[in-house]
Ligand binder design. Structure first.
Ligand code: GH3
Ligand code: MG
Ligand code: MG
Ligand code: MG
Ligand code: MG
Length: 302
């Protein structure tokens, strides 16, 4: 049992001693990819950029000690998910308690015993992968792999608050596949599922500006969250995404508006304040979608 637990495992070592980093890397190199930093500040920066699964953290370092590094890692949403294991020369009960209180999952004392270090690291990597898989299940839609409604509701509320603080516009696109009931009736439910996956994948790969989020809203409906997007720019996105789905050229002989799969899109954007809400943002997009359907489908309406 010496293989990597998962090829994707990323382990960050933060230690001011290059010799210590070299020794730990040697022990752990087959358990995942190893990256390192020789100061707390550089380690935090690297953790933010690379999102390691596990961080091995030295206690005694100049300028910022391990406890402080751990505390800062744990209060930052970008880095708080990583498991932190302290590696230290001090075996006092006080320092162990301090480390665990700072948010560490484990505490390893020097001199290091390689099989013990490896076993502990393996255990925490496994737990970490398990936790990630659970989060994935809770936030994703099983059929399409997109974010689900539960996660969307959560993220929309957060985005709304963030845009409220900044006084900037938050855009939203509500997307509905045209004549999808006829698609199911004509091709069967399995083909219907496959079509949903194709459209979902296309929406997700086409929508890739930073912060944009695509979710399955329910049935054959999707929501795209468009951060910092004015009503004009959200409108442009709506027209563009409509065209892009049309160009996929997915056969739909039972559609009344074209012989291919098309979507209708409702667009809205608001500058959040204390009088409007996420519900109003969605409602506005829903009104646009209704108009797009009434006007003949395969179009986007602001
Ligand atoms: P419109 O152009 O007005 O949107 O018409 P529509 O037929 O797309 O709308 P309607 O709301 O009448 O039908 C939606 C259909 O989507 C009905 C439902 O069976 C289908 N659907 C919803 N979820 C799924 C799914 O997970 N898989 C499959 N295959 N079909 C689904
Ligand atoms: Mg040190
Ligand atoms: Mg619908
Ligand atoms: Mg409908
Ligand atoms: Mg529909």
């Amino acid at each position: 049992m010496t293989q990597a637990i998962d090829d994707e495992c990323l382990i960050l070592i933060i230690d001011d001693s290059v010799a210590a980093i070299r020794m730990l890397s040697g022990m752990l190199k087959d358990l995942g990819q190893i990256i390192f930093a020789t100061s707390g500040e550089a380690g935090i920066q690297l953790a933010r950029e690379r999102k390691p699964h596990l961080i091995l953290l030295d206690v005694e370092m100049p300028s910022m000690d391990g406890y402080e590094v751990c505390r800062l890692l744990k209060i930052d949403a970008e880095t708080s998910g990583a498991s932190v294991i302290f590696v230290t020369g001090s075996s006092s009960m006080e320092s162990e308690v301090r480390a665990l209180e700072a948010g560490a999952v484990d505490f390893i004392t020097k001199p290091l015993n390689p099989p013990v270090v490896r076993a502990r690291v393996r255990t925490h990597l496994k737990l970490q992968l398990h936790a990630l898989a659970t989060i994935q299940l809770a936030n994703r839609d099983g059929l399409t792999g997109l974010y689900n409604r539960r996660y969307l509701d959560e993220i929309l509320e957060k985005e709304f608050q963030r845009h409220l603080r900044q006084g900037l516009p938050l855009g939203l696109a509500l997307i509905d596949i045209d004549h999808f009931k006829a698609y199911n009736d004509g091709y069967g439910h399995q083909e219907g599922d496959s079509c949903l996956r194709k459209v979902a994948t296309a929406l997700n790969t086409l929508t890739k500006r930073p912060g944009e989020i695509v979710a399955r809203y329910g049935g054959e409906e999707f929501v795209v969250v468009l951060p910092y997007t004015s009503i004009q720019d959200a409108g442009k996105y709506g027209d563009w995404i409509c065209e892009q789905i049309f160009y996929l050229n997915i056969e739909h002989n039972y559609s009344e508006c074209a012989k291919i799969v098309t979507i209708s899109v409702g667009i809205n954007s608001v500058i959040p304040n204390n009088r409007n809400s996420v519900q109003q943002l969605v409602k506005g997009a829903d009104e646009g979608l209704y108009l797009a359907k009434s006007a003949g489908r395969n179009r986007s309406v602001v």
